[in-house]
Design a protein around this ligand. Structure first.
Ligand SMILES: O=C(O)CCC(=O)C(=O)O
Ligand SMILES: [Fe+2]
Length: 206
């Protein structure tokens, strides 16, 4: 039997992840499946992806992914005596920002985009706890493309929680999440398709 378009409504009810000292809400179908591949392609083509580098003990390495940072002009921040400025918003990022603001009842003034080209791209353990993000930051994380595991590590005990982030999903991180947990995207030996993740944030300036 043929399904009518109206029956192809996906349930957008969020799931509250049961983790202590964290406030994590997961929306598996935040972006309807019919829209995700076009959005992914347009992000891949229209964002100004950069290969950033890090220096550890005097040796310089390529960060294992491509990155781009967009936001309001006032959302710059100080970094090693330099003021970093975001690129100006484009229509697709603004539309996604609006959808995240509606879902979270929050405001965002910048977005960090990460492009994981294959399984060997990843992100090391960290917390988004820079002072510019405030005491209990609200971060909206939208994913497109390959499913990748976001691993959470509790700061005080050895608890590890693996959260697979699906194409078109939204993960809202709030409350004590950044204070009490670190998170990272593990690399994989498997051949994985590309993935783009956007983390919408609010940067407070003095
Ligand atoms: O790619 C992800 O899901 C994680 C991104 C992230 O942790 C970050 O941008 O701070
Ligand atoms: Fe993060």
């Amino acid at each position: 039997m043929q399904q009518s378009l109206f029956e192809l409504q996906y349930d957008n009810t969020p799931i509250q992840l049961d983790m202590p000292d964290a406030d994590l809400k997961y929306y598996p179908h935040f972006i309807p499946p019919l829209e995700t591949s076009a959005i992914m392609r347009s992000l891949q083509e229209s964002l100004e992806w950069r290969q950033e580098q890090i220096t550890i003990y005097g040796k310089t390495f390529d960060v294992p992914r491509l990155q781009a940072w967009y936001g309001d002009e006032q959302a710059g921040y100080q970094y090693s005596n330099l003021t970093m400025h975001p690129l100006p918003w484009n229509p697709i990022l603004l539309a996604l920002k609006q959808r995240c603001e509606n879902a979270s009842n929050s405001h965002f003034n910048s977005v960090l985009a990460n492009f994981y080209r294959h399984g060997q791209d990843g992100m090391g353990r960290h917390a988004d706890n820079e002072p510019e993000l405030g005491q209990q930051p609200v971060i909206a994380s939208v994913s497109f493309g390959a499913v990748r595991n976001l691993d959470f590590y509790h700061n005080k005990n050895k608890t590890k929680v693996r959260v697979p982030l699906a194409d078109g999903s939204l993960l809202l991180m709030r409350g004590a999440t950044q204070k009490c947990w670190q998170h990272g995207i593990a690399k994989s030996k498997k051949t994985l398709a590309p993935r783009i993740n956007l983390t919408f944030r609010y940067i407070h300036n003095k």
